[in-house]
Write a protein that binds this ligand. Structure first.
Ligand SMILES: NC(=O)c1ccc[n+]([C@@H]2O[C@H](COP(=O)([O-])OP(=O)(O)OC[C@H]3O[C@@H](n4cnc5c(N)ncnc54)[C@H](OP(=O)(O)O)[C@@H]3O)[C@@H](O)[C@H]2O)c1
Length: 266
């Protein structure tokens, strides 16, 4: 980490997201196994991590004592319970980062007796392969500790700092967005099978094509529509297909889905 001190990270509630984060940091060599602690009740589910030298335990208090950075990855309704459990051993040097949807920093600060260094992070499951988009919110003060958290998540993808009021929107676009994109890829694969490819070949073509499209935008500065213009020949097959998709409500259904997800959170 940027301050040069060894940092030990405890992920409290290592389920799907918690394990994805651990895998991302470990596989990329960004956090050594000796500096990672994972907790959950059913510790047996964490044996692949234990086999790699990660400390696994069902004891949040012990994990908190041994760590400097605490990442809360339990379900939202468990956040208060876990904060109150670790409160007796919470120190000034602890940084608390919550990935839980919908739980405010103000509420967590109340439960943590006014602790300052509390942040929210909204990664997505691509964190497991070092390709997360992580939205971060919190007070820039707190002795630059948000910088530390940003550095940590930048090692497994890219970070965007946002204001906390956008956290629900970040959940929808970034975390639910993984599912939207996967459904798009699956539909593309199904279409590919219908026009002649076996399912594996259709999947490969769809996956790599979507990666290429995303990379064009991430590595360039062009707008998506400008890149679409390059592919659409007048009277050609691409524009005919695209327009048919729009007649069937393609963009509209995606936007409505995003708004529906957003309405469901708030
Ligand atoms: N999945 C995503 O894409 C995603 C993305 C961004 C944010 N999030 C947020 O991340 C959080 C976790 O989501 P998830 O999908 O990973 O859920 P999950 O798979 O259910 O993981 C939560 C884990 O917490 C453990 N747990 C429950 N009570 C605990 C306690 N008192 N102490 C320690 N561990 C405890 C559970 O394991 P045991 O039953 O063994 O204890 C469970 O494995 C949620 O708040 C969600 O809003 C998820």
């Amino acid at each position: 980490m940027s301050n040069g001190l060894p940092q030990t990270i405890a992920i409290l509630g290592a389920g799907n997201l918690g394990q994805a984060m651990a895998q991302g940091w470990l596989d990329r060599g960004e956090v050594p196994a000796s500096q990672l602690i994972l907790t959950r009740h059913r510790v047996g589910h964490l044996h692949p991590f234990a086999d790699r030298g990660v400390r696994v335990t069902d004891d949040n208090v012990q994990a908190t004592r041994a760590a400097n950075i605490l990442i809360l990855a339990v379900k939202p309704y468990k956040v208060q319970e876990v904060i109150e459990e670790i409160l007796p051993v919470l120190r000034d040097d602890h940084v608390l980062v919550s990935a839980a949807t919908g739980i405010s920093i103000a509420d967590m600060r109340t439960w943590a007796n006014g602790k300052e260094a509390i942040f929210r992070a909204m990664p997505n499951t691509a964190v497991a392969i070092g390709e997360s988009l992580t939205c971060l919110a919190g007070d820039r003060g707190a002795n630059g500790r948000l910088d530390q958290v940003e550095e940590l998540f930048n090692r497994v993808g890219r970070c965007v700092r946002i204001t906390e009021d956008l956290m629900n929107a970040a959940t929808v676009l970034g975390a639910c967005g993984i599912a939207y994109a996967l459904r798009f890829v699956r539909a593309m694969q199904q279409g590919g099978i219908e026009i002649g490819f076996d399912s594996d070949t259709a999947a490969l073509i769809a996956n790599q094509t979507v990666r290429g499209a995303a990379t064009i935008l991430l590595e360039g500065s062009a707008h998506a529509e400008a890149e679409i213009d390059k592919v659409t020949t007048p009277k050609g097959c691409t524009i005919a297909g695209l327009n048919e998709m729009e007649h069937q409500g393609f963009s509209s259904s995606l936007i409505k889905g995003i708004l529906t997800s957003y309405g469901k959170i708030g």
